[in-house]
Structure formats: structure tokens, C-alpha cells
Design a protein around this ligand. Structure first.
Ligand code: C2O
Ligand code: CU
Length: 492
């Protein structure tokens, strides 16, 4: 039986140096502790297969349970499992993907980006930066061997507000990180839908793009509002949460069951009790939950609302498994290179609004408050216009200058400084950050490819620039990304 002291030691084991600091008391309930304080190394890889997958990106008129009977013009990568398609491979496997672009209009520049995967640059799926787009009716190919286990996802990298809005995403699971089999493994794709009486509502609005984004009208998990998910009663079940929404930042909690965070953005951490965890668009969170007794229920909730919103119900199913006191099994240790903080190159990165963005936000605020609104500004469609401007875009354009030119092999310490009144999930391609410190207090030491930066926060993240190429760096609130909060870095 570990005491509170055991707990701090447990955290000490994963903290990196002094930079990580202590941890908030909220993360460490007294009197509870689990045995795993360090992660075992990954066992020798199985895998070695080639897994061939065809993704046929195509529209279909249909409905999802969350739409309550309304039909809408959905897009999907897979007619057989429209939302979400799930690809599962083992670590060591090579994924060979054929993408057929059967989207008739609006997605002429289709590419598929493998979010969070540290892959070779020419497989990263960014139009013009890393590949020529797949033309309508054309076919594209991706081939890579994921180096990391965990929960990932994929999406297009152009016209992404619309393509995510219509459901064109998929989940990629790389297996092989478990040290003990769990009693279930469930993918939960968190995405709301902008659905009105006649189908989808506009996916992007000036007011949304200039502020926190344009939110869905119905909340949903796997296309279902408040799904009831049967879980092995009494067992330790793994939930793979992926926030594939373009906008929403839920504050995830579990009510009615013990739960632990075991991985963030695919990368294992020693199990930490889940109190609540804010998940920006693009982020993933792997949990182990002690499933309720047969017939009993637990709830996945979003606390980021005056009244917690129930996202899903976990219903204990089958015969009661006897698993003893909750002591969640850890995953294996990530193989992501540890940044060399002592030798890091420090780079401040300002996250800010443009003058027109601030103006649009003010207009939206005035409209909401019933104040005077300038019709001229409202008619400008500032954000759509910007959407067409910045790179990547139509035609063969000249690249903007990179945000930074990084030396291959060096550690970089980015200080993300949020000068806006909104939270931004900042995402890097081809690399994974170590979250180092925050001006707002202690951080849970972990790796991530997408990090939330709160208003006024200065968040430090470090990574080894070990992957040569041109890599996007952008906000994953897609309306922000498509109205300018996007750039790229070179590693050479
Ligand atoms: Cu999901 Cu450029 O990212
Ligand atoms: Cu943003």
C-alpha cells in the first residue's frame, strides 16, 4: 500500500529535471496510488506485415444517429464504416494506403495527413508542401511504418473545415503497447455536427472563425449522441478518445468509475488518476476505466459547461470480472527521442490575432451584444478570403517563408505565447513535443503532438528536430488554421 509519499515519488520518476516542476494537487488525490511508476520498454516488435488499405473518399447522402432522422451530405473514407473508419495495425507493420478521391467538388486538393505519426516528410500529406494533391477521380498512395504505438487519426489538409464538418476523418490505431491485456478496447471519436432541419449548416462563420470557432449543434461520440457502450463488467477497459472535432475543447472526466490516463497523443505515461483533462481538437487521450458491475453505468462527461455534459454511457455488460483493486496496467515506454534541455535552442513563438481578425471578433461581439454592426465589415467574409490566400492553396504557389529553419538533430525549446483571448491547440507535424513547463503552474510531464495554450499562457515544449523536411505547425481549431494561424518549419 503506497502512501502519499509514494505518489510523489511516482511522479518524480517521470518528471524531467527541475523544468517539469511539481504537479498540481488536483492531479494527486491523497491516499491512492498504483504500482506502475515507470514504463517498461517495448517488447520486441511483432508486425513486419504489409497492411494494404484502400480509402475511397466519397460523398453520400445519409444520416447518423446523432442527426435524429435528418439526412445530410456526408463524406467518408469508407462506405462500410462511415464514421469513424478505424485502421488497426501492429507496431512494425507497414501501412500501404491507396486513396481514391471521389469527392466531386470542393476537395480538389485532397491529400491525407496522418496526424501525430512521425513519418517521412513525403508521406505527410500536405498539398504542395510535401506532395502534389490527388486530383478529383485520381488516386494517391501512402506507405509508411509507424514508429510509435498508440491512438492516431487522419484527415485532409485543405478545405479541412468542410471535410471534417462532413465527417471525412479516420482513426489509426497502432497496437503493441500493452503490458497486460485489457478487458476491452473502444475507440471513441469525439465530434459534434452542425446539423439543421435540412442537413448541414454552414461549417464556418465569421463570428466563429474570429473567435473560438463555429461549434456543432449536436454533441456526439462516434456519430451518436450519448451512446450507451457495453463494457466488460468489472473489467479494465481501454478507451481511446480522439477529439476529431474542428472546434470543441471538452474537459474530459469519468463519473461513476475509477479511471486513469495511460497515454496522451498516443504516447504512454505512468497511469495517472483522471480528474479532468482538457482535450483540444486533434488531441487523443487513452484511458483505462474500471467498468461498472453488470447492469450498472458510468459516464464520460465534458465538465467544460455549467452543467457537465454526458458524452457517453459505459454500461457494465456480461458476467462480473474479478480484477481486484484498481491498479491500471501501464503501457510501454515511448521511443520518442528525449529533448536535450540543457543544449536546447530557445525560440519564442507568438500566437496572435491580426488587425482584421480583431476587428471581426469585435463586430461579432457587438452583434451578439446588440450593438452597432458595420455592414461593410460583415460583408467582407474576412475568413473565407483568408482561407483562399495563405499557403497551401490552389495552383502552384510560391511558398511563404518558413517560420523557422531548424538544424537536424538539435533540441528546440518553443515558448508558445498566447496573446489572444482564446485557447489554441497548437500542432506540429513529423515530431512530438515534450511538454516542459507552463506559466500557469505545474504540468503533467508527457509527450504530445498537439498542445493547448490558454489565453495569456506561455507554454514551453521541447523536441529534437530529427526528421528532415518541411513540417506544418498550426492551430488545430481548423477555422483558426484556415484563417491564418498556420506556418511551417524546415528541418535540415
Ligand atoms: Cu491534424 Cu496539420 O493536422
Ligand atoms: Cu487557434
Amino acid at each position: 500500500m503506497l502512501t502519499r509519499r509514494g505518489f510523489s515519488q511516482a511522479f518524480g520518476a517521470v518528471a524531467i529535471g527541475a523544468a517539469a516542476g511539481g504537479l498540481g494537487a488536483a492531479l494527486m488525490p491523497a491516499g491512492r496510488a498504483w504500482s506502475a511508476t515507470q514504463l517498461p520498454p517495448r517488447a520486441v516488435a511483432g508486425g513486419g506485415r504489409e497492411v494494404a488499405v484502400t480509402l475511397q473518399a466519397a460523398p453520400f447522402r445519409g444520416t447518423l444517429p446523432a442527426f435524429s432522422g435528418t439526412a445530410a451530405d456526408l463524406w467518408s473514407f469508407d462506405a462500410a464504416q462511415p464514421f469513424p473508419p478505424v485502421i488497426r495495425v501492429r507496431i512494425g507493420d507497414t501501412l500501404a494506403v491507396t486513396v481514391r478521391n471521389r469527392i466531386p467538388a470542393g476537395q480538389e486538393e485532397m491529400t491525407v495527413h496522418w496526424h501525430g505519426i512521425r513519418l517521412p516528410n513525403d508521406q505527410d500529406g500536405v498539398p504542395y508542401l510535401t506532395q502534389a494533391p490527388i486530383p478529383p477521380d485520381g488516386e494517391g498512395h501512402y506507405r509508411f511504418t509507424p514508429p510509435d504505438t498508440g491512438t492516431y487519426w487522419f484527415h485532409t489538409h485543405c478545405n479541412t473545415v468542410e471535410s471534417i464538418g462532413r465527417g471525412l476523418i479516420g482513426i489509426l490505431v497502432v497496437e503493441g503497447d500493452e503490458t497486460r491485456p485489457y478487458d476491452g478496447d473502444h475507440v471513441l471519436a469525439l465530434k459534434d455536427w452542425r446539423i439543421g432541419p435540412d442537413g448541414f449548416l454552414p461549417f464556418m462563420t465569421d463570428a466563429g472563425a474570429a473567435r473560438g470557432g463555429t461549434f456543432g449543434t449536436v454533441r456526439a461520440v462516434n456519430g451518436v449522441t450519448r451512446p450507451v457502450i457495453p463494457v466488460a463488467a468489472g473489467g479494465d477497459v481501454r478507451l481511446r478518445l480522439a477529439n476529431v472535432d474542428a472546434t470543441r475543447v471538452p474537459d474530459i472526466g469519468i463519473v461513476g468509475a475509477e479511471a486513469a490516463i495511460i497515454a496522451i497523443d498516443g504516447a504512454g505515461i505512468p497511469p495517472v488518476p483522471l480528474t479532468h483533462w482538457r482535450m483540444g481538437p486533434g488531441m487523443r487521450l487513452d484511458l483505462v476505466v474500471r467498468a461498472p458491475k453488470p447492469g450498472a453505468q458510468a459516464r464520460l462527461v465534458d465538465y467544460f459547461a455549467p452543467e457537465p455534459v454526458e458524452l457517453a454511457v459505459l454500461a457494465g455488460h456480461g458476467e462480473m470480472l474479478e480484477r481486484g483493486p484498481f491498479d491500471p496496467a501501464p503501457l510501454t515506454k515511448p521511443v520518442i527521442p528525449e529533448p536535450d534541455l540543457a543544449g536546447a535552442v530557445f525560440m519564442p513563438v507568438a500566437i496572435s490575432a491580426t488587425a482584421s481578425g480583431r476587428a471581426a471578433a469585435e463586430i461579432a461581439g457587438a452583434a451578439e451584444a446588440g450593438g452597432p454592426v458595420s455592414p461593410l465589415c460583415l460583408s467582407q467574409r474576412t475568413f473565407w478570403a483568408i482561407d483562399r490566400q495563405p499557403w497551401p492553396n490552389r495552383g502552384h504557389q510560391v511558398l511563404p517563408p518558413p517560420l523557422a529553419q531548424l538544424d537536424r538533430g538539435r533540441t528546440y525549446l518553443f515558448e508558445l505565447r498566447n496573446g489572444t483571448p482564446h485557447v489554441h491547440p497548437m500542432h506540429i507535424h513529423g515530431h512530438t513535443f515534450r511538454v516542459v513547463s507552463s506559466s500557469t503552474g505545474a504540468v503533467l510531464p508527457h509527450f504530445a503532438d498537439t498542445v493547448l495554450v490558454a489565453p495569456k499562457e506561455r507554454l514551453q515544449v521541447a523536441f529534437v528536430a530529427d526528421n528532415p523536411g518541411k513540417w506544418m505547425f498550426h492551430c488545430h481549431i481548423i477555422e483558426h488554421q484556415e484563417t491564418g494561424m498556420m506556418g511551417y518549419m524546415t528541418v535540415a
